[in-house]
Write a protein that binds this ligand. Structure first.
Ligand code: 1GP
Length: 229
């Protein structure tokens, strides 16, 4: 589950996280393309107070850091050609991550075209990979693996009109041996199941939970658990 600290009061966000844990969520990601309030650390602390789940920072920039999180997805926006998000923000964040001892998992982050402009596309000032060109995503993923990245994040963007196409997930997951996380525009169990059947190691859901409540997590996790029985 993804929590964007900008999207609701802290008490509401931690309550949703509690419902998500009860529904079978595995990890709580916290972050967003930008921050328009000062609630980032408070959200992390209050989510940790009410759930036993790992809380992992999903940073939109180098300011989204907290010693109270359990870890950070240390990402580089590989699909873009904007050096700020390829390496610039990371250089600013790295010393602090080392200083506060935040466990870090690297991710090659790729923005995939999803029907209309997303915040991630606008804020990062990068062009997403065309959704009908899975081989372009695959070659980026292979470069990420060669660089030693621990994972790939295929991102349609928060609140995307269309999720990452299953054909692209299939081609990318077959092209690399590192885990592929898929998020953006997943609004129900069917899309989550399709992503996992296509090879996704994990799916991330944010907006659908904000709109419909944490109960959707139960629906999604039951369907995903059904794949193993
Ligand atoms: C966004 O992939 C995440 O970075 C989740 O997207 O909010 O559309 O679920 P949604």
């Amino acid at each position: 589950m993804l929590i964007d600290p900008d999207n609701a009061p802290v008490s509401e966000l931690s309550e949703t996280a509690r419902t998500a844990e009860a529904g079978g969520a595995a990890v709580i990601l916290v972050g967003g393309s930008m921050l328009i309030n000062d609630a980032f650390d408070r959200v992390i602390r209050s989510v940790k107070e009410v759930t036993g789940l790992p809380v992992v920072i999903f940073p939109g920039n180098c300011h989204q850091l907290s010693p109270n999180a359990d870890g950070i997805l240390f990402m580089s926006l590989l699909s873009g050609r904007n050096p700020q998000y390829l390496i610039g923000e990371q250089v600013h964040a790295a010393p602090m991550i080392r200083q506060i001892g935040l466990p870090s998992v690297s991710a090659g982050y790729m923005l995939i075209e999803s029907g209309s402009m997303t915040s991630a596309e606008f804020i990062s000032n990068t062009r997403p990979i065309p959704r009908n060109k899975p081989f372009i995503a695959a070659t980026h993923a292979q470069a990420a693996e060669l660089f030693g990245f621990a994972s790939i994040y295929l991102e349609a963007g928060s609140g995307a009109q269309l999720p990452v196409p299953v054909e692209m997930i299939e081609v990318v997951t077959k092209s690399v041996s590192i885990p592929v996380i898929v998020g953006g525009g997943i609004t129900g169990a069917e899309q989550a199941v399709n992503a996992v059947k296509s090879g996704a190691a994990a799916v991330v859901v944010g907006t659908a939970i904000e709109r419909n409540g944490g109960s959707i997590i139960r629906e999604i996790s039951d369907s995903l658990n059904g794949l193993h029985t």
